[in-house]
Design a protein around this ligand. Structure first.
Ligand code: NAD
Length: 365
């Protein structure tokens, strides 16, 4: 198969981690007989330095022309970088928002998986972390409270701020379909999270999700109120497979889910539209504090590349090979500095970013 991938190395550690992910993809292509054509584009601070804007129209066209986009991370030190003295629309993050909009990326997928080898980093009680967890948060990304009308005006002598939460049936339907499709590739369970005891938008959410579920009799559906979900995530995260939710609830719950894995350098993500096209990136930022030092953990980006193979190219075996290699490498005690425990590290082997990429590549058979 021929895979056309546009890469956005970006800023900070972005170029280092994307280089390692490409190494792994190249090995997968060699082992499984695929051909990959890459094109790199500028986005974020590096684009501001060259073009004066965080994303050019040419770069958007290059992203659209590919089957999928693999991104590192963008942005710099928000207190010291000159990029943050620019007006908001010209700052690095504006490039990412523009790209998400141009590509209509409405579905955000964030897996949260507790590797048994990294259990000590999990902040939950040992009796909870011992059970492990493996969930995926499916968050609606282009609707809801963050995109509704907002205004502040004076009423009766005081300021009143208003934000509106709007969802159309069609917006709920398309994200629900995504969630059920993904559940079919996993443990066939969807928990849909809302606040249907209070919000109209949640009641419509629940109704549409139930209608979509009728087309997936092999997938179980449960509903959970968002406040209960926030509690259940720390009480028993092992109960979750696919968590389907709207934009703001997803924003908060996906951060909570990543926190309980205890290791930001391990968390991948995907943003999809209604075709097979997707943007794949680690959940972390550009880590300017360690950029250029060969210390970054490339695993989140490598796992994002695995998600790309699974969701944009339907290459499940190849994605399994990458995920399996990561598990084996951790099992054989290789660690980058961010996942190296302070105590009981005698039998662990400290790796640079490059070494971690090389070892994972070697483990792909
Ligand atoms: P960050 O995620 O970049 O870093 C937080 C901490 O985690 C730092 O100590 C960093 O060294 C560490 N860290 C992050 N990723 C790591 C990795 N792969 N390996 C080892 N350690 C890692 O968050 P921040 O410092 O708040 O933000 C830095 C910049 O990144 C900002 O400009 C921010 O806007 C941007 N950002 C970009 C994205 C994106 O590109 N999608 C996402 C979040 C933040």
């Amino acid at each position: 198969m021929k895979l056309k991938i546009t890469c956005i190395p970006g800023d900070g550690i972005g170029p280092e981690i994307v280089t390692e992910a490409k190494k792994v993809l190249d090995k997968v292509a060699k082992v499984y007989g695929h051909e990959i054509e890459y094109k790199d584009i500028l986005m974020g601070g590096c684009s501001i330095d060259v073009h004066g804007v965080p994303l050019t129209d040419e770069a958007i066209a290059d992203a659209k022309a590919a089957d999928a986009v693999l991104m590192g991370s963008i942005g710099g030190n928000t207190s010291t970088s000159p990029w943050y003295k620019l007006e908001p629309g010209l700052r690095p993050e504006a490039g990412l928002l523009k790209l998400r909009k141009a590509l209509n990326l409405f579905a955000n997928l964030r897996p949260a998986y507790l590797y048994p080898e990294l259990k000590s980093a999990c902040p939950l009680k040992e009796s909870t972390s011992d059970k492990g967890f493996d969930m995926l948060i499916m968050r609606e990304l282009t609707g809801g409270l963050y995109f509704g009308d907002r205004f502040t005006k004076e009423v009766d002598g005081e300021l009143v701020a208003t934000d509106t939460l709007v969802y159309k049936e069609s917006e709920i339907k398309r994200i629900a379909i995504r969630a059920f499709d993904v559940a079919r590739k996993r443990r066939k369970s969807v928990i849909s999270v809302d606040k249907a005891n209070v919000l109209d938008s949640s009641r419509l959410w629940r109704k549409v999700v139930e209608e979509v579920a009728k087309d997936y009799p092999d997938v179980t559906l449960e509903h959970m109120l968002v406040d209960n979900c926030a509690m259940q995530l720390v009480k028993d995260p092992s109960q979750f497979d696919v968590v389907l939710t709207e934009n703001m609830f997803g924003d908060i719950l996906s951060d909570e889910a990543s926190m309980i894995t205890g290791s930001i350098g391990m968390l991948s993500s995907a943003s999809l539209n209604d075709t097979s096209f997707g943007l794949y990136e680690p959940s972390h930022g550009s880590a300017p504090d360690i950029a250029g030092q060969n210390k970054a953990n490339p695993i989140a980006t490598i796992l994002s590349a695995a998600m790309m193979l699974r969701y944009s190219f339907n290459l499940d075996k190849e994605a399994d090979a990458i995920e399996g290699a990561v598990r084996e490498v951790l099992g054989d005690n290789y660690r980058t500095v961010d996942i190296m425990p302070k105590e009981n590290a005698d039998n662990l082997k400290l790796c640079t970013c490059t070494e971690m990429g090389d070892i994972i590549t070697e483990y792909i058979k």
